[in-house]
Design a binder for this molecule. Sequence first.
Ligand SMILES: [Fe+2]
Length: 183
Amino acid sequence: MAPNAMRLPDWAQVGDKRRAHIERVTALLDRWAHEMHLASNDAAAWHDVGLWHDALRDAPEPELRALTASGPFSDAPPDVLHGPAAATYLERHGESRTGVILAVRYHTVGNPAWDRTGRALFMADFLEPGRRFQQADRAFLAAQLPRDFDGVFRQVVRMRLEWTLREGKALFPESVGLWNSVR
Ligand SMILES: [Fe+2]
């Protein structure tokens, strides 16, 4: 398989809109990896988490609950289950890169223990060009990222946290920890 091939895994359960989002996120990660001259194993990890993070986004809730029944997401609301469910699926099928697993598992809520793979996915998921809000600001940040990875990360954490609060959604301890680690 060519390194930049856009091939979703055969266990993916996604509709057309979600598939298009996944492809945009992965393309953005590939672009950053190229511009930052990442080593090939890091670039491969960025590509993989792009393709995998939302692979179970449209799976039925009982299936997601079954994959997250034990662990920190056992009582979590349905819209955050697809990350941990995909991570558990990957672990069961032999994925052993801890940075990849942590990136996929926590991509919706955040985690201060992330390496650059987790941080890059969190930013790509938010900065991909298909989202309709704050398009100019987000495109600017996406262009800025290869030169200022940490500065853009801090800004994205802030923007996503503000959105979570505005929407009245629950804050996970990992989200708070992430904010405290970058503020
Ligand atoms: Fe996503």
